[in-house]
Design a protein around this ligand. Structure first.
Ligand SMILES: Cc1ncc(C[n+]2csc(CCOP(=O)(O)OP(=O)(O)O)c2C)c(N)n1
Ligand SMILES: [Mg+2]
Length: 570
């Protein structure tokens, strides 16, 4: 039988999907039948990954897309499976990550009129008026498959949306009767459905921007996610070196610039302080950033000239957003930076001016570097997050990919891993916690040769549904290492409260309802769920051996390892 479901599988395969993260239900008999048929006939289909939790499924597709650029597929159960995607959908949307979500729908006939008609009580309960309304605020495109005849065309169009800038999730649904419908195969040329080509700067924009950067005394580039395209990092390194331009990251969600480059000026997270490098810059080029600075705590000088290049400069998903900028362009970062580099080839720049800029930034870089390294000395008593992160750094190799959900230790992970390779670090780009486990799985499934490390807060570890994550990691042979910064609770809501009410009742209270004392055995959960190597570390002197053993287990035994690292209480 060639049904709408056969066509769906064929379309996914032809659109480059290699992984389908599935959480099945009564809406999927046709799909399950089509999968079994394809396997019986030895037809090539995407690999099905069974996901006992939908948020993990979508986080895994997210992780996979970060390292491949390819949207994978997530299959969920009607409206309640759609709801269970939970905050993972927020993360994919805010992180501008391509993914195709397919949900079934309750049958629309109840008297056996069509194959797939209602035959289970739950199909009345799960019939809702606006299934797509659950996700519409978070997807770039949604559509219902209404006939088997154009399933492939609609999947290809949805993929075109997902893969065109700004990228993001798309959502399709299909009722049981439609997914059972027989049809004729349709040949589809994927080349007809290419995504929109990356945007470039207009010619006058290139010249004006280059002139301003050359004329500046202290040019500075601020970015959060241009490194999503590794080519953009290489272009940025060339541009920064040609101009003697500093690079400052703001809440980076990937590696944007090598941490060991003398022009790297570090990163700003939620620290409540004016960033001195930002204050000093007279020309600021913002490239791909949702929050280049937080105006109430840190901002450029009022006299600074600001330019903004972004894949989404209007920030179309954000009701309130503004930065003052003289120039604004919607462009792909790699393309725009390449244009600037090419333009500068033909321009003479005063070498002494550039040399002075290099010297200035190199000196700031060296000072920052020394300060960071001083924080890594083995502590006495309790393990510091800085020391713990430096212990991880000692074991990284050229294949390592880190997913960062460190929360109040977010910037510490970045500062003390000090990574240099484009594509070696990712955060969700969103704000819904519990991404790390699924994301690490998705990265490992798509990059089996990589050593994958998840760095997570204890709260975020619990949000990530570890029972599902570690069962999947063992079942699909996708081992990775997790370090839990165990500060016994949610430090961030406490910091938020004290920032607004520094001298209020909360500042004097013993209990702010954010502690987990005594905490669960985080590593034990992973061991029970998926045979992970479990280790709790409370003393600095035990760290080195514990980390070495965890890396060995992941690399040699191909088992997950969870290091529950006790850092100072929140
Ligand atoms: C799904 C979700 N629920 C709640 C929050 C609010 N929130 C932000 S940070 C945080 C604490 C996270 O705890 P942990 O991972 O231990 O990090 P810590 O703040 O302790 O460093 C919470 C609950 C959120 N961002 N996302
Ligand atoms: Mg915590």
């Amino acid at each position: 039988m060639y049904t709408a479901s056969t066509a769906l599988l064929e379309a996914l395969q032809e659109c480059g999907v290699s992984l389908v993260f599935c959480n099945f239900g009564s809406d999927h008999p046709a799909l399950i039948e089509a999968l079994a048929e394809a396997r019986a006939e030895e037809r090539s289909i995407p690999r099905v990954i069974t996901c006992p939790n939908e948020m993990v499924a979508l986080s895994a597709a997210h992780g996979s897309a970060l390292v491949t650029g390819q949207a994978q597929a997530v299959v969920v159960h009607v409206e309640c499976g759609t709801q269970a995607l939970a905050g993972a959908l927020h993360n994919a949307a805010k992180g501008r990550v391509p993914v195709l979500i397919f949900a079934g729908r309750s049958p629309f006939t109840q008297a056996g009129e069509l194959r797939g008609s209602r035959n289970e009580f739950i199909q009345w309960i799960q019939d809702v008026f606006d299934q797509h309304g659950i996700v519409r605020g978070y997807v770039k495109y949604d559509n219902e498959l209404r006939t088997a005849r154009n399933v492939k065309q609609i999947v290809a169009r949805a993929m075109q949306f997902a893969h065109s800038d700004p990228k993001g999730p798309v959502y399709l649904s299909g009722a049981r009767e439609v997914m059972e419908e027989a049809t004729e195969p349709v040949a589809l040329d994927r080349a007809d459905y290419r995504p929109i080509a990356p945007g470039a700067l207009p010619e006058d924009g290139v010249a004006a921007l280059a002139a301003d950067l050359i004329a500046a005394r202290r040019p500075l580039l601020v970015t959060s996610f241009l490194g999503r395209t590794p080519d953009a990092v290489r272009e940025l390194v060339s541009l920064a070196h040609r101009l003697g331009m500093g690079v400052l990251e703001s809440v980076p969600s990937c590696l944007n610039f090598p941490a060991n480059d003398p022009l790297y000026m570090g990163n700003q997270w939620n620290q409540p302080r004016q960033n001195p490098v930002l204050a000093e810059a007279d020309v600021v080029l913002v490239v791909d950033s949702d929050v280049p600075w937080i105006p109430t705590v840190s901002h450029p000088a009022a006299t600074a000239r600001i330019h903004h290049i972004d894949v989404d400069p209007l920030k179309q998903q954000m009701p309130l957003w503004h930065i003052p900028a003289q120039g604004r362009w919607r462009a792909d970062a790699a393309t725009a930076l390449r244009q600037l580099n090419r333009h500068l080839h033909g321009v003479t720049i005063d070498a002494a001016v550039i040399a002075e800029r290099h010297t200035h930034y190199a000196s700031l870089h060296a000072t920052r570097d020394a300060e960071l390294r001083a924080l890594e000395v083995p502590p006495v008593g309790e393990i510091t997050p800085e020391f713990a992160t430096a212990c991880i750094r000692a074991h990284l190799d050229d294949s390592t990919i880190v997913v960062n959900e460190g929360i109040s230790n977010y910037h510490i992970v970045i500062n003390h891993l000090a990574l240099t390779r484009p594509g070696s670090l990712f955060a969700s780009g969103g704000g819904s916690l519990g991404w790390n486990g699924g994301a690490a799985l998705g990265v490992k499934l798509s990059r089996p040769e990589a050593m994958v490390v998840a760095m997570t807060g204890d709260g975020s570890y619990m949000f990530s549904v570890p029972s599902t994550v570690f069962w999947m990691a063992r079942h699909y042979d996708a081992p990775f290492l997790t370090l839990v910064f165990n500060n016994r609770g949610w430090k961030s809501p406490k910091l938020s409260a004290l920032a607004v009410h520094p001298h209020g009742y909360a500042s004097r209270a013993n209990d702010l309802d954010v502690s987990f004392d005594p905490p669960p055995d985080y590593a034990g959960v992973a061991a029970a769920a998926g045979g992970a190597h479990a280790c709790t570390v409370r003393r600095p002197e035990d760290m080195a051996a514990a980390v070495a053993e965890a890396f060995r287990v992941v690399r040699e035994e191909r088992r997950c390892a969870v290091l529950d690292v006790w850092v100072p209480h929140l």
